[in-house]
Ligand binder design. Structure first.
Ligand code: SAM
Length: 245
């Protein structure tokens, strides 16, 4: 079940206005160029910003996400009519024979790879992605480096903001860490629409896997040539993991 922060219609509509700087996606556009990709599967597409950028470059995109409210926002973006949208998971995409062995790049941008808490679900996702890739196609995703302990910066004091959003007025939000249990980090991120006082709560847990866990799961799912690169937009704080089907 997706977190409220992605699946509540009113919160999904302010996802982009609250975080308009998506220069992080340049990393993935560079991979599209590096691999000459013409068909891209974006798993956990959220509000569809990456697929919209792909469509603007004439690249065929399929965006999939279980958060229907985020996909509804994605469908309103430039190039949305040239993108295929699915509310669901990578496993749902792979069920359709038309999607199997079709894509030359699969992406999980932002912290999508960290939302998979359970090893079986993560492995099923990687296997489904592999089934959707052409032989030689790549999967690329990022994950935060555990030793950077990003969660220590997830406090109300450090993250609180109020942003003026067109049609909504001031919107307040913050992130507050609530629990760290081994690799599992839980935080709350309320969104408050100050114009009418509506407050929407969201609780999320992310998993900070070690590098060898990524190697192991990718190999088990049938990927090879696993590369761990430094994440260009967050050097030393994130890994950009690329593997070949
Ligand atoms: C931080 S958002 C990133 C969204 C988008 N990739 C971006 O760059 O803006 C994480 C996304 O993962 C999605 N998600 C959660 N569970 C998922 C699953 N099982 N399969 C695919 N996506 C999932 C959430 O709904 C959410 O849209």
């Amino acid at each position: 079940m997706p977190d409220a922060v992605f699946d509540h219609p009113r919160v999904a509509r302010v996802y982009d206005p609250l975080d308009p700087d998506r220069s992080d996606l340049d990393t993935y556009l560079d991979l599209v160029d590096e691999f000459g990709a013409t068909a891209v599967l974006d798993v956990g597409c959220g509000t569809g910003t990456f697929c919209s950028l792909l469509a603007g470059r004439g690249i065929q995109g399929l965006g999939v996400d279980p958060a229907g409210a985020s996909v509804a926002v994605a469908r309103t973006k430039a190039g949305a009519d040239r993108t295929t949208w699915i509310v669901g998971t990578a496993v749902d995409v792979a069920v359709d024979p038309a999607h199997r062995r079709h894509f030359d790049l699969a992406t999980m941008t932002a912290n999508v790879a960290q939302v998979f808490l359970d090893d079986e679900e993560w492995l099923a996702t990687l296997r489904a992605i592999r089934a959707c890739l052409r032989p030689g196609g790549r999967v690329a995703f990022e994950s935060r480096v555990p030793s950077d302990r990003a969660w220590e910066r997830w406090t109300k004091e450090l993250t609180h903001r109020v942003v003026e959003v067109d049609g909504e007025g001031p919107v307040e939000d913050w992130v507050q860490l609530t629990r760290v249990e081994g690799e599992f980090v839980t935080f709350e991120s309320p969104t408050i629409f100050l114009a009418d006082g509506e407050r929407i709560e969201s609780t999320s847990t992310l998993r900070f896997r070690a590098q060898d866990a990524f190697h192991h799961s990718l190999s088990e799912a049938g990927f090879g040539r696993i590369e761990v690169r430094d994440l260009p937009y967050a050097p030393g704080r994130g890994w950009l993991i690329v593997a070949r089907a």
